[in-house]
Design a protein around this ligand. Structure first.
Ligand code: UFG
Length: 323
């Protein structure tokens, strides 16, 4: 059985859906600070904090857990700069507490939600896993520190892990049962679609003076269910005796902010009024993944590689939100 922390959040809930559709058994642990009850269907949900040892003891005693997929974390980059304590405490300390419980209960397989934010400003694109890790904000650092801890726990205690460094998670369940819902929302695609749906009047493009063809930032958008598939494959590999490793997960294609807004207009059939604003602090001009390693070693085959399909799924959700 798989313990999924943060399984009521955006990426975690799509992973739970993916495993459930394959008939695999999961139990979700979520603090519900940012999670949604409607995102967790037909699987046990334990509401609690990972820092609370009693909650972890109860979970590991009650369920036959042999693997942990750890999504739970705070993920607002800007907030991590203004309130680093929240990020180091939650993202690092609670991961430590989870790893220590795993050690005690003899659970060795660990899949970790890492981020391209662990690389910091790109020295080259597409970025492979050999790119130096030099995070530039406490959010990226918190994920980087966790990777370091996992590495040490592997050497010392035999932990087996896969650190999955996501680029920009996007899209939602094509059936529209679950989707992306952040409060506050800060991500480009949901914001653009909320303007299209009339929930917002307009949006701001954060900078059009970057060294890119249209001056706006370029990102690599990867469908959340393709991320889910990679977690599942990474876990299979560990269960089959694979070594610890780390993988970049992206579509290997970059789109500028303007291009994404254009696709959002096309998919929604609505005009999206934009105003130009200053650069957002900490935004690198261009982030694009090389995911060759995940494809080669995990057999990962992203299914939703068309940006229009990704945005169509997000639009279906945005116009029929369940939470
Ligand atoms: N953007 C706008 N206007 C908006 C929102 C976003 O112009 O209203 C721009 C951003 O400046 C950026 C691009 O759209 O250039 C994408 O921004 P997102 O906030 O959607 O996503 P990020 O690229 O900032 O994502 C980052 C990292 C992830 C990390 C995530 C945490 O790439 O690794 O933040 O939420 F996990």
């Amino acid at each position: 059985m798989i313990l999924v922390t943060g399984g009521a959040g955006y990426i975690g809930s799509h992973y739970v859906l993916y495993e459930r559709n394959r008939g695999n058994k999961v139990v979700v642990l979520d603090s519900m600070v940012y999670g949604h009850r409607g995102a967790v269907k037909d699987v046990p949900l334990v509401v609690g904090d990972m820092g609370d040892r009693l909650t972890l003891d109860r979970l590991f005693n009650k369920y036959p857990i042999d693997a942990v997929v750890h999504f739970a974390a705070f993920a607002y980059v800007g907030e991590s700069v203004t309130d680093p304590e929240k990020y180091y405490n939650n993202n690092v300390r609670s991961t430590l507490s989870l790893l220590d419980a795993m050690r005690q209960y003899g659970v060795r397989n660990f899949i970790f939600s890492s981020s391209c934010a662990t690389y910091g400003n790109p020295k080259y694109v597409p970025m492979d896993e050999k790119h130096p890790q030099n995070p530039i904000n406490p959010y990226g650092e918190s994920k980087f520190f966790c990777e370091k801890i996992m590495n040490a726990y592997d050497k010392a205690y035999g932990l087996r892990y896969a650190a999955l460094r996501y680029f920009n998670a996007s899209g939602s369940d094509p059936d529209g049962n679950i989707g992306e819902s952040h409060d506050p929302e800060t991500h480009l695609i949901p914001i653009a679609l909320q303007v299209a749906s009339g929930m917002r009047d307009k949006m701001t493009i954060f900078g059009d003076d970057y060294d890119t063809p249209d001056g706006t930032c370029i990102r690599d958008y990867i469908h959340v269910l393709d991320l889910a598939q990679a977690h599942s494959l990474a876990l299979e590999r560990l269960r089959d005796g694979g070594e610890s490793s780390y993988y970049n997960l992206g579509s290997e294609t970059g789109y500028s902010v303007r291009e994404i807004i254009n696709v959002c207009e096309k998919v929604s059939g609505k005009a999206i009024p934009v105003e130009m604003g200053p650069r957002r602090e900490g935004d690198p001009p261009r982030l694009v993944a090389s995911s060759a390693k995940a494809k080669r070693e995990l057999g990962w085959e992203p299914k939703y590689t068309d940006i229009e399909a990704i945005i169509r799924h997000a639009w279906n959700w945005e116009t029929n939100r369940k939470y």
